[in-house]
Ligand binder design. Structure first.
Ligand SMILES: [Zn+2]
Length: 566
């Protein structure tokens, strides 16, 4: 802190109103040790906090002052600018720099609310755009830390144009496959929120940070109602699918480093010290003749590893991402980025849970449209970054509910089928428990589809089929048999490509053993697919699904060529 030692011995926390010892406050990066309040941070302070010591080089993106409207309110705009500079020591409301985070190169653009409320004038828009263009030219990820009240009124419509300019700069990074991350700090409103701040691939917010288009006062005046407590805060936005994650200031560096490691494939390879599991089985004759109804019951055992269990055991440096960016975050579907051994991946799956409370919270693993849209968002991110996609499927089906239908469940599933068909990256799906109908297939249009030995995959639950065709729910075992829902039959039918062996008592009796077999199956399958280029991956997937029901399934096989080494 710039304040002298004597003056800053004690600091008043704006969160709890308690006095905090100044040095401690500074050491905690301006987070109150009592109540966790995150006090505002200046741009240069923030850069020093986020980037590795000694790595920072500020980028000089100053542009000549412009006063396009020759704006005067109670005083001329140039006079206000001059005073803001004198008061803050900043040229403008953003500072850009290059540097490293835990060794990973990054370009950062950090806003400073003290300067004109972080408003988006032409100089700010220009600096953000130049930062993005530098990231593009150097193929380096861009991290933007936002704090803004919105447009800069003194620059009128030229300020408005900065929203378009910065958004198209970010679109270029999307096209080039360069990771963009936003760190939302309090407050981020208006034109900044409605342009580059929410266009980041990943949006991380500090606890309590508010983000929105319209400010709370404007909303209250318009709707003539008091807004609920916590409206537009990070926590509210996480619940409503707008931000990916909330991280206390002290954890930001680690999370950013993990994201950068995956996006730039620069993590140290971490081969876990785990036993090598058994190889996947590709020949139906090698599988035991399991009674399908026994498989159904085994597949539903609550002790089986869930998607988050598998991710926890197999994917290191995992960062879970949340939300569909449209208004909801479905807890029945989880996903994020991390490393499967030395392979950076996007991992996605349905999540059931085990206790009654968790099952209820996770909607029994039955995704809503928001869940499928979250999956779609993560798959598009994988496509952008060129990362393989691994999906874990254990769901009785897509959630059959009133709201789910109203929100377009059928559309969400259909759009995922189409999206998965065209993904330019290797994709592997594993049915780990129940593979229930369209809700499962919406995550399973993959180059390779695997299944755990005791998993089932079916167009309808045996109970549902029994009720309809036998008109007797008691006929479920017969329906399971008739539907051929078990791994051996599905391997014979070519619906799956391989079976992941389970420990002798089933996956639920030995999670580590189940994970070892899963690791071997996934890494072997991914390594087989990774040499293929985007076109052949799509052709391979197309042929895989084109053949079902075809009169001449062999003629639809494409010629799959390996990519020539560069
Ligand atoms: Zn406090």
């Amino acid at each position: 802190m710039a304040n002298g030692e004597k003056r800053s011995e004690w600091v008043l926390c704006r969160g709890c109103g308690e006095m905090v010892y100044g040095r401690r406050f500074a050491r905690e990066a301006k987070v109150c040790p009592g109540c966790g309040f995150h006090a505002p941070m200046g741009a240069r302070e923030r850069i020093a906090h986020l980037l590795d010591d000694g790595s920072v080089r500020e980028l000089d993106f100053r542009v000549p002052d412009a006063d396009p409207l020759e704006f005067v309110d109670t005083e001329p705009y140039p006079e206000r600018l001059r005073r803001a500079r004198a008061r803050t020591g900043l040229d403008e409301a953003v500072v850009c720099a290059r540097g490293r985070i835990e060794g990973h190169p990054v370009i950062v653009a950090v806003m400073d609310f003290r300067f004109f409320g972080g408003s988006l004038g032409a100089a700010v828009g220009e600096a953000i755009t130049l930062a993005a263009e530098t990231a593009l030219r150097e193929r380096t990820p861009l991290v933007m830390v936002t704090a803004s009240g919105g447009a800069r009124m003194q620059e009128g419509v030229i300020s408005l144009m900065q929203m378009a300019k910065t958004s198209q700069a970010l679109a270029q990074l999307d096209e080039a496959g360069i990771l963009t991350v936003t760190v939302v700090t309090d407050p981020t409103f208006g034109g900044v929120a409605a342009s580059f701040a929410t266009l980041g691939d990943v949006i991380i917010a500090e606890p309590g940070a508010r983000l929105g288009f319209a400010g709370p006062r404007v909303i209250e005046q318009t709707i003539r109602e008091k807004l609920p407590e916590g409206f537009q805060t990070a926590e509210f936005l996480l619940d409503h699918g707008i931000v990916d994650a909330i991280r206390p200031r002290g954890e930001l560096r680690t999370t950013l480093a993990r994201l950068l490691a995956v996006a730039t494939r620069s993590a140290r390879a971490e081969r876990p010290e785990a036993e090598e599991g058994p190889a996947p089985v590709g020949d139906p004759a090698e599988l035991p003749d399991l009674d399908p109804w026994t498989a159904v019951r085994a597949a539903r055992r609550l002790g089986r590893p869930t998607t988050l269990d598998y991710i926890g055991m197999l994917v290191h440096g995992f960062v879970e991402l949340h939300g569909d960016r449209r208004g909801a975050d479905c807890a029945a579907l989880v996903g994020g980025l991390g490393y499967l051994d030395d392979i950076p991946v996007v991992a996605i799956g349905t999540q059931k849970g085990r206790t009654a409370a968790e099952l209820a919270k996770r909607n029994f693993g039955m995704p809503t449209p928001a869940g499928y849209r979250k999956a779609a968002r993560l798959m598009r991110l994988a496509a952008k970054l060129g990362l393989p996609v691994v999906t874990f499927i254990d769901t009785a089906g897509a959630y059959p509910g009133l709201e789910a239908e109203r929100d377009g469940q059928a559309v969400a599933i259909a759009e995922n089928l189409r999206l998965m068909a065209s993904l330019p990256v290797p994709t592997v799906a594993v049915v780990t428990g129940e593979g229930g109908s369209g809700g499962a297939l919406a995550l399973a249009v993959a180059n390779r589809v695997l299944m755990c030995a005791n998993a089932v995959y079916s167009v309808i639950s045996p109970e549902g089929c029994a009720a309809i065709l036998w008109q007797d729910p008691q006929a479920a075992p017969r329906a399971a048999e008739a539907l051929r829902v078990d791994a051996r039959h599905l391997l014979e039918l070519g619906v799956i490509d391989g079976v992941v062996p389970e420990p002798p008592g089933g996956a639920d009796t030995d999670h580590a053993g189940a994970a070892a077999a899963m690791r071997r199956a996934l890494t072997a399958t991914l390594r087989e697919l990774m040499p293929m280029d985007a076109m052949n991956l799509v052709l391979d997937r197309h042929a895989r699904f084109r053949r079902f029901g075809s009169a001449s399934p062999d003629t639809v096989k494409p010629v799959v060529k390996e990519r020539k080494p560069a």
